[in-house]
Ligand binder design. Structure first.
Ligand code: GLC
Length: 618
């Protein structure tokens, strides 16, 4: 019985470890143990940085299940259905007979990708269920078990090459529900393998040697040049194991890019979580991966479609954060792409057809500010202002630009606009009748290389102060750090305070609005209190209420919430210092992404995105 207790305890421990690992694998939070050599990464990333926009395709046996098992809708992302619905392999394998691909026309997929303006495709060659979408010799669990006797991967790659689209392959290197050796005991249904958990004896090294590595070798030797390998969920891989997955690519295809989720920051670019948008300009290479509804793999009853404009905004916002945007489609089992996905991609494509100059090869927003009217990108001496809404009084007041604007126009039509240059403050007059649903772009051509002021200035009555523009003051138990996405991390009552600055040009009263984001579908932490000090103002022990939330676009892991915590007064103009600290962290609940009941589990972190000071007109 001692044995029973300790194994139960170790199960709990493993479950917690697993959850921790999931969180780690999905964030930037990986321990930095090694870095790829700078110059080679630089050259490899050339095309990828220029591209800015990619298409993710999740397709596999889970597309047959389409989110349902035994006639019931199963919660959660569709490609996890085997896990969520606790489907034994003997049952799951039967899906192969309905994976018909009857309507699979890879040239049409690629044509859509191209029309949308994406420059690369990442296709799931093997997901967590372990099924290979190509005829693999390293595992019999592959496309040969279906009625389709050809190689869909090869066909897609051929179509991509013809169209000049770069080829990326998704390969789940750690998880494989088909292989007992890869079992992650804590999150898996023991019946996957047709025996009780106690009899499953995983051996990860053996799985890597016998399946994962041989399959990666197949993928890198059978199909010519592969431009990108996209690994996922490294979980408990050791540094040595992650390194094996890097080495095999460096050995066989040294020009192939490796994504961040290989583990331990060994990739050519950094990882972000699913649907995680950075809240300030990124300082490293990152890629935002986004779903169009709330699933990656096809689910017939998931109708949480994001809006066309929302998706276009996310592409533009990504470019303004200096990162790539990869949007996902989940085709049906026969190869049909769901109509709402096609419509969204076509909408984005129509915009790209006349505006892509403001996306491809651009760098992010050279200002610190988030502008109420939209997003900024930059290329050479040009600035591109993307208008998601009509600027106040049909006029953009652009502050802190230390180089004169020679020419301003609407990018799509070349219609010239009137500009006034007054030192670092520029005024651009916006004509009536623009369609803001289609996000018009203003191109500004500057006289000299662009130099900007990175102070946090007021725009349309709002001073937006990104958390990442601040510095930190350590507390008794360590200090605040910043995630790659620009939110604070490790911010709690023991870790000190966040120090920010802004410029006041109009003295008066300002409302203070705090933006937080939550990780991995965690609920809002009810009962969190913060203190903010600036000048003579002290807003002490203020409750973070949930005044509003942006959830759908950020599904399924990073909903943003805002709370107004009070009003401050600035009697004079000039630079203001702001200090923010956390008094108490409330209770989180989770939505049970892995089916666990995490009610009441707490965490020592409030993820601050930014503070807004909103001028109160008297
Ligand atoms: C996740 C999921 C996976 C999905 C991927 C996309 O980590 O485990 O199902 O393929 O993210 O980014």
């Amino acid at each position: 019985s001692t044995h029973c207790i300790s194994s139960a305890a170790s199960d709990v421990y493993k479950r917690q470890l697993f959850i921790l690992l999931v969180v780690l694998s999905c964030t930037s939070n990986q321990f930095i143990l090694a870095q790829p050599t700078h110059t080679t990464t630089e050259t490899r990333l050339n095309w990828w940085r220029e591209a800015r926009f990619g298409l993710f395709i999740h397709w596999g046996l889970y597309s047959v299940a389409a989110g349902q098992w035994n006639g019931k809708d199963i919660d959660g992302i569709g490609e996890w259905i085997q896990n969520f619905a606790k489907i034994p392999n003997s049952e799951y394998n039967k899906l192969t007979k309905d994976f018909t691909l009857l309507n699979y026309h890879p040239e049409e997929w690629v044509a859509l990708a191209k029309q949308a303006g994406t420059k690369y495709i990442v296709f799931t060659a093997k997901h967590h269920d372990g099924f290979a979408l190509y005829p693999s010799d390293a595992s019999e669990f592959n496309i040969r078990m279906t009625p389709y006797q050809e190689d869909p991967l090869k066909q897609l790659i051929t179509a991509c090459r013809k169209a000049g689209i770069k080829v990326g392959i998704y390969y789940s290197h750690r998880q494989d529900w088909h292989e007992e050796d890869a079992a992650v005991m804590s999150n898996e249904y023991d019946g996957h393998y047709g025996k009780p958990k106690s009899e499953v004896k995983p051996n990860l090294d053996r799985y890597i040697r016998h399946k994962a590595l041989p399959q990666i070798r197949e993928l890198l030797t059978r199909y010519g040049n592969i431009d990108l390998i996209w690994y996922d969920t490294p979980f408990d891989l050791t540094l040595e194991q992650s390194q094996i997955f890097v080495n095999v690519i460096r050995e066989l295809q040294p020009n192939c890019i490796i994504n961040g989720r290989v583990g331990y920051n060994l990739g050519d670019y950094g990882p972000l979580g699913d649907n995680e948008m950075p809240c300030s300009k990124a300082t490293t290479d990152l890629e935002m991966v986004a779903t169009l509804n709330h699933t990656w793999g096809y689910k017939k009853n998931d109708n949480h479609w994001k809006g066309k404009k929302e998706i276009l905004c996310s592409l533009i916002e990504s470019a303004s954060r200096n990162i790539n945007y990869m949007v996902n489609i989940g085709p049906m089992a026969d190869g049909t792409i769901p109509t709402p996905s096609v419509d969204i991609l076509k909408f984005v494509g129509n915009w790209m057809a006349v505006n892509s100059e403001s996306i491809y090869g651009t760098e992010g927003n050279p200002f610190n500010d988030n502008f109420p009217w939209g997003y900024v990108t930059r290329k050479e001496n040009n600035l591109y202002l993307h208008l998601t809404q009509c600027p106040q009084n049909n006029c953009i007041l652009l502050k802190g630009l230390h180089s004169d604007i020679r020419q301003a126009m609407i990018l799509a039509t070349q219609q010239p606009l009137t500009v006034a240059n007054r030192q670092s403050v520029k005024t651009i007059t916006i004509p009536d009748g623009l369609d803001y649903e289609k996000i018009p772009v203003i191109k500004l051509v500057c006289e000299t290389p662009i130099k900007t002021d990175t102070r946090n200035l007021m725009n349309e009555g709002i001073i937006s102060i990104p958390a990442a523009s601040g510095t930190v003051k350590a507390g008794q138990k360590g200090k605040i750090t910043f995630a790659e996405g620009g939110t604070t991390e490790n911010f709690n009552p023991q870790t000190g305070s966040l120090l920010l600055e802004c410029e006041i040009d109009i003295p008066g009263e300002y409302e203070v609005k705090l933006y937080t984001s939550r990780h991995w579908r965690k609920s809002f932490a009810e009962g969190t209190f913060v203190t903010l000090k600036t000048g003579d103002n002290i807003l002490s022990n203020r409750l973070l209420k949930k005044d509003g939330e942006l959830a759908n676009v950020r599904q399924n892991s990073y909903p943003e919430t805002w709370s107004t915590i009070g009003t401050v007064t600035f009697p004079k103009e000039g630079t203001q210092k702001i200090e923010l600290s956390i008094d108490k962290i409330g209770t989180f609940t989770r939505l049970g992404h892995f089916g666990e009941d995490l009610q009441g589990e707490s965490e020592n972190n409030i993820r601050i995105m930014k503070i807004e000071l909103i001028y109160k007109t008297q």
